[in-house]
Design a protein around this ligand. Structure first.
Ligand SMILES: Nc1ncnc2c1ncn2[C@@H]1O[C@H](COP(=O)(O)OP(=O)(O)OP(=O)(O)O)[C@@H](O)[C@H]1O
Ligand SMILES: [Mg+2]
Length: 397
């Protein structure tokens, strides 16, 4: 068996496989089903949780909240351990991981306390032989055709991350996090449907879980919000009738684009944050060294699950170009720079990441390349000696 496991811990799903694999061999959704019969509690994961929810009406619960934070650590541990055991085909056999190494992109939405608990799980309970964690940006860029410069927009379930990289070096001080991820959007869809009288409640995990695939199949980014609204009021062109995963029949119309619009305008949800286009322009204007700006904006790479939303790429490119058009008027840095030649808007380019699982694939390539190189790994002995601070330091997190 190969000895380096690669695992992208997302708040919507955990993607697992072995170093050298192109795509994950296992994608585990981050929810569980729980049944309480008398004193005995049974917990189900993956497809089994969904099946049981139909058959035995067990309760479905999410492991992460809308911001991508773990709700109950015990459940995360159970889910993660279950997923790792499923990957290696092991049921209960203690010690199976002590001959394996684990390569993780740093889980984007976890804070240092959670990373500490994760490290304890990996070293003390599962007893991995060695572990390493690497930041997302360079791993994603790795699979974009040998490029080393660009602005990665990693749009996941818990948040959207803006991660500039210049000649292979992440400009960490310029990283940004927008608190509008796929989970917030699903919650918005459920609320819109609830407002229409459907028996759905955005506070109920079950309703969020069964509505998520509908969001994936029917929602899109409007080229122009105002135009799309007009179209939905005057025609029935946008109407789609479908069933949620639990069989609830719903009509979708303006919800199809309103669900996504909050990415561009978080105030629609009452959230005080810049929309994605605005945040990109502000980041470039304020935090990227001037001589790197043109190279960075010529390669804005949209990645993560939300990158697959129809129309998003085109809308984002149009927004960013429009806002940069008068760049000299609004950006004092550009105005003050005597030799600054304006950006050509046609050189501002947003492109789709090459692959659906770019982060996993990048991690898999690097995991394979460093498999035998001792200096990249934190071993059990390193961990016993230096603890979690040593791990964070060695991985430069
Ligand atoms: N075609 C699609 N249209 C709309 N949304 C989609 C589509 N495909 C996936 N998604 C959404 O993308 C999100 C999952 O993306 P991803 O797998 O990148 O998240 P994650 O890695 O689990 O989360 P994070 O990295 O933020 O912790 C979910 O909200 C899912 O509904
Ligand atoms: Mg992710």
């Amino acid at each position: 068996m190969k000895d380096v496991i690669v695992c992208d811990v997302g708040s919507h799903s955990i993607k697992l496989g072995f170093a050298g694999d192109h795509v994950p061999s296992l994608v585990v959704p981050c929810f569980y089903g729980k049944s309480d019969r008398g004193a005995k509690e049974t917990v189900y994961f993956g497809a089994e949780a969904l099946e049981e929810s139909g058959v035995n009406r067990i309760e479905l619960k999410l492991v992460f909240d809308a911001a991508g934070t773990v709700k109950e650590w015990r459940r995360f541990e159970e889910l993660f351990t279950w997923a790792l055991r499923k990957l290696v085909g092991d049921d209960e056999n203690a010690g199976v991981f002590s001959s394996l190494k684990l390569f993780l992109p740093r889980p984007a939405n976890m804070n240092n306390d959670e990373l500490q608990k994760l490290s304890e799980l990996l070293f003390e309970k599962l007893k991995f032989r060695a572990v390493t964690m690497q930041p997302e940006a360079a791993l994603i860029l790795m699979v974009q055709g040998h490029q080393t410069t660009g602005l990665i927009v990693e749009a996941g379930a818990g948040s959207i991350r803006l991660l500039p990289v210049y000649h292979g070096h992440a400009i960490v001080a310029a990283n940004r996090r927008i608190p509008i991820g796929g989970r917030v959007m699903t919650r918005h869809l459920v609320k819109l449907l609830g407002d229409q009288g459907y028996p759905l409640n955005a506070k109920r995990d079950f309703d969020l879980i069964v509505s998520d695939p509908t969001k994936q199949s029917f929602c899109y980014a409007a080229p122009s919000y105002a135009e799309e609204k007009r179209c939905s009021m005057e025609t029935s062109l946008l109407l789609e009738q479908t069933q949620l995963l639990d069989g609830t029949e719903v009509d979708l119309e303006k919800e199809r684009f309103e669900t996504v619009e909050c990415m561009f305008n978080p105030s629609l949800l009452g959230i005080e944050a810049k929309g994605i286009g605005h945040a990109i322009v502000e980041l470039v204007a304020t935090s990227i060294p001037l001589d790197c700006v043109k190279d960075i904006v010529s390669r804005i790479i949209l990645s993560g699950g939300l990158s697959r939303i129809p129309g998003l790429l085109e809308r984002l490119q149009a927004e960013v170009r429009t806002q940069f058009r008068d760049e000299k008027q609004w950006n004092p840095r550009f105005r003050e720079e005597k030799n600054w030649t304006p950006l050509q808007v046609e050189n501002i380019s947003v492109e789709l990441a090459n692959e659906e699982f770019s982060l996993f694939h990048g991690a898999s390539i690097v995991g394979d390349a460093i498999g035998m190189k001792r200096e990249f790994w934190v071993t059990q002995n390193d961990y016993k000696r230096d603890g979690v601070p040593g791990l964070l330091k060695k991985c430069r997190l």
